[in-house]
Design a protein around this ligand. Structure first.
Ligand SMILES: CC(=O)SCCNC(=O)CCNC(=O)[C@H](O)C(C)(C)COP(=O)(O)OP(=O)(O)OC[C@H]1O[C@@H](n2cnc3c(N)ncnc32)[C@H](O)[C@@H]1OP(=O)(O)O
Length: 415
């Protein structure tokens, strides 16, 4: 097999993207979906593997800024559109693309790469690890309700929250303002890059599965929008009565009162008996708002996989929950420039991370660092699985606390 790996030319995009569709089973995307991904593709950051005129391998990268513990927004390559033609699989095409991509990211100075995996088993060999989880819920709203003890509401709860329906497109700007204020509050969230505000509104009729077009409800207090929920309703008429489902796409709120009001609204929609959401933080406040958490049928799955492209720059870019001063002995088979000893010194104000010859305190691979990077997986937990070794007594506890995050990291949308 003679193949050529090269940067994507815009004119080749259709053939390149056809390979992606084929690798995912060959079901064509709706034109509006395909059109949006075409607009968002960054050709200069995408590569194709070609066998003659045929694209047989694809991958791209989006220029994201990712919230890390401490609230900084750090450049991160959003690795995407990975595919290999069924006739060319298991011959190293993916490996060659991962090699090229990580070398390019390093050369470009991006400290992090992130992706969501079609199958979690694929990317560990390239140094990625699961750094955030998502919670899905299917809530029986006939058996549980939103009940907030008054003491848990903040002072703004005394202000009345009003709800107003809006066409999602018309509400785009105000929703984006709310989203922008939320981004730095939770590691794993992505600042919106130009054009990305269209992603949460993508609503091809072919993908509605019997549901309504996307709807949007705004929460307002003192005349300002302080929250929103975007959802569809999928009616169901059963012998025992109406049993429709509210399919929640996203919900953001600036105050606990607005959040509770939005959930109350979703739970109370007439002719529905269920609220479903696919992607909530694993510590979503919803868990503390309902009277019967078991009726939420919550399930957890991996979501954002992280790769530290440059260990020193990545570890220095985040903040630490408690003072930390540790020497890390890092292995990294796929990106050997990261291998070796690093001294990390940091606290809640900042951090430095530089190569050292000092004796190591913890030994781990770049994957464990990636898993712990956003604060959602503890180094102590990884040590219990034999994936981190403590070489100085006390270092594991010190580093585990320091790497933690007050809130669970969470990726708000796929890419
Ligand atoms: C970020 C994203 O876009 S995720 C989307 C990923 N794409 C898909 O799932 C679409 C369908 N699948 C495909 O297109 C291809 O099978 C790919 C991209 C997953 C793999 O491409 P290939 O060219 O076959 O992979 P390649 O031959 O380079 O294999 C590299 C290694 O990964 C392993 N591998 C490849 N695919 C898988 C898989 N699905 N599960 C587990 N391991 C895998 C190979 O066994 C090999 O392992 P080794 O290094 O230990 O020998």
């Amino acid at each position: 097999m003679t193949t050529e790996l090269r940067v994507l030319h815009e004119a080749e995009w259709d053939r390149w993207y056809d390979n992606l569709e084929l690798a995912f089973g060959g079901v064509p995307e709706a034109p509006e979906e395909r059109g949006l991904w075409r607009e968002l593709t960054e050709p200069g950051r995408s590569v194709g593997v070609w066998d003659g005129a045929e694209a047989v391998g694809t991958t791209g990268a989006f220029s994201f800024r990712l919230c890390v513990p401490g609230g900084e927004l750090v450049p991160a390559a959003g690795v995407t559109m990975v595919s290999v033609r069924p006739t060319h699989r298991r011959r190293g095409v993916l490996r060659s693309m991962m090699r090229r991509q990580l070398d390019d990211l390093r050369a470009g100075g991006e400290p992090l790469a992130v992706l969501t995996a079609s199958e979690p088993d694929i990317y560990g060999r390239f140094g990625y690890a699961v750094a955030t989880y998502r919670m899905s819920v299917r809530i029986d709203t006939t058996r549980t309700r939103i009940a907030v003890p008054p003491a848990t509401d903040d002072p703004s709860a005394s202000q009345e929250v009003r709800l107003r329906l809006s066409e999602p497109g018309a509400a785009r700007a105000v929703c984006e303002e709310v989203y922008a204020r939320r981004v730095t509050t939770r590691p794993g969230m992505l600042a919106r890059q130009p054009g990305w505000d269209a992603v949460p509104l993508l609503d091809p009729p072919a993908k509605r599965a019997g549901g309504s077009p996307l709807q949007c409800v705004l929460a307002e207090a003192d005349g300002a929008v302080v929250g929103y929920a975007r959802y569809a309703v999928r009616p169901a008429w059963e012998a025992g009565g109406p049993g429709g489902t509210v399919v929640l796409r996203d919900l953001e709120a600036l105050t606990p009162a607005a959040r509770a009001e939005l959930w109350r609204y979703l739970f109370a929609l007439d002719l529905t008996a269920w609220v479903e959401a696919e992607n909530l933080p694993v510590d979503d406040p919803l868990l503390h708002l309902v009277t019967d958490v078991r009726r939420c049928h919550a399930a957890v799955a991996d979501h954002l996989h992280v790769r530290l492209v440059d260990v020193g720059a990545a570890l220095a870019a985040r903040r630490y929950r408690a003072p930390v001063d540790v020497v890390l002995e890092v292995t990294d088979a796929f990106c050997p420039w990261n291998a070796g000893r690093w001294r990390l010194t940091g606290d809640a104000k900042g951090a430095v991370c530089a190569p050292t010859r000092d004796a190591p305190d913890l030994a781990l691979s770049v994957r464990e660092l990636a898993a712990a990077y956003l604060g959602g997986t503890s180094l102590a937990g990884l040590a219990a699985a034999g994936r981190v070794r403590e070489l100085r007594e006390g270092a594991l506890e010190e580093a585990s606390v320091a790497f933690g995050s007050a809130v669970a990291p969470w990726l708000p949308h796929g890419f």
